[in-house]
Design a protein around this ligand. Structure first.
Ligand code: ZN
Length: 358
């Protein structure tokens, strides 16, 4: 008992030194799987100490005992579940108020990432869908122009391509030698039937219901013959939910507002354009059982994180230090989910469809 008290006093006096140590141990835990090591024992006391010392009603720990302790404490404080597991473990750095004017789509971090394999696959599938004899193409939501580079490789040099993106930051990173216009999908400066083919990949899922309806009407008008749409296939939006560290609001990490299924895709441009061809692509769709997901988020307090997430509600930019969050409950949810997943069939993450005017 004496040595335990000594340790608690030592830890409370050497907090900064201890934090470093604690992170090191977390890394060891990640490598060795979920085992309570002797080293971790020390961090557990530190956590218990923090639970009582810090005014926050959230807590951090990575074993059942500490979780139980925290829950009891929370019940005393009239909170039953953990709200956010990350908050005491590694408080995110929140940007200053000047940065809050930055829009999600204008953040350099949104566009700086190298292409994932699933995006390569997605672009290839779109290029394959492009019909023969197309002379001019409009790419709405072109991003950094990765699709255009692939289109140029396939099409003859005479094909005229125009890129549109609402993000000036994305356009500035685009190296392709084509027309570039910075505009919102709902304010496209084109006359009716300007383009043989309009491509709109990974855009519709970001729009609100009215914005999507207007966008679809506009695309119908500016396309003289074909439209290609790419969207996530049957996405479970709840899986990618993020919780703002500052205001507590929940939002999708990529700001997706809707998910699509094949049935919905068939009716998207009806009756002016009809679905001619569709392909699934991207990567395997991440499966997470809805009940387990609810437990993981609302009881274990573990939410999906993405570096440099910008909260659309309060504008706080949240920089995380890359530590994988996992506690006893969320880990169990993950394992059970894996077992259920083995029994369910796999699905592709994206759907790409070609529409044509009859
Ligand atoms: Zn917020």
């Amino acid at each position: 008992m004496k040595s335990f008290l000594k340790r608690v006093i030592f830890l409370s006096r050497n907090k900064s030194r201890y934090k470093k140590n604690f992170l090191g141990e977390m890394e060891i835990l990640e490598k060795n799987g979920y085992a309570v090591t002797l080293k971790e024992y020390g961090s557990f006391f530190e956590l218990c100490h923090q639970i009582f010392a810090i005014d926050h009603c959230y807590y951090h720990a990575h074993d059942f005992l500490a979780m139980a302790l925290g829950t009891v404490l929370r019940i005393f404080r009239k909170y039953i579940f953990i709200k956010d597991y990350h908050q005491l473990l590694l408080p995110p750095i929140i940007s200053n108020t000047a940065d809050r004017k930055i829009n999600f789509y204008e953040q350099p971090e949104t566009w700086g990432v190298s292409l994932a394999e699933r995006d390569e696959n997605r672009f290839e599938k779109i290029v394959e869908l492009v019909p023969e004899g197309v002379k001019n193409i409009l790419d709405i939501g072109c991003g950094t122009g990765e699709l255009v580079l692939r289109l140029q490789r396939k099409m003859k040099s005479r094909t005229h391509i125009v890129e549109v993106d609402r993000s000036a930051t994305a356009l500035s990173k685009c190296n392709a030698d084509v027309g570039k216009i910075s505009a919102d999908i709902n304010a496209l400066p084109f006359k009716d039937k300007t383009f043989d083919l309009v491509i709109c990949a990974e855009v519709l899922e970001h729009l609100s219901t009215t914005a999507m309806r207007d966008a679809i009407n506009k695309i119908k008008k500016i396309s003289s013959k074909y439209v290609i749409i790419g969207v996530p296939n049957n996405e479970n939006l709840a899986f990618s939910m993020y919780k703002c560290y500052e205001c507590g609001n929940k939002f999708h990490i990529n700001l997706h507002k809707r998910s699509f299924k094949l049935g919905k895709m068939k009716k998207l441009f009806f009756p002016e354009l009809n679905l001619k061809k569709y392909v699934f692509g991207g990567a395997e769709r991440v499966y997470y059982n809805n009940i387990l997901l609810w437990v993981k988020q609302n009881i274990a307090g573990v939410w999906l994180r993405k570096i440099n997430t910008l909260c659309p509600f309060c504008g706080a930019q949240q920089k995380f230090q890359g530590l994988k969050e996992r506690n006893a409950i969320s880990w169990r949810c993950d394992t059970w989910n894996k077992r259920i997943r083995q029994r369910t069939g796999s699905q592709q993450s994206h759907i790409m469809a070609l529409y044509a005017k009859d």
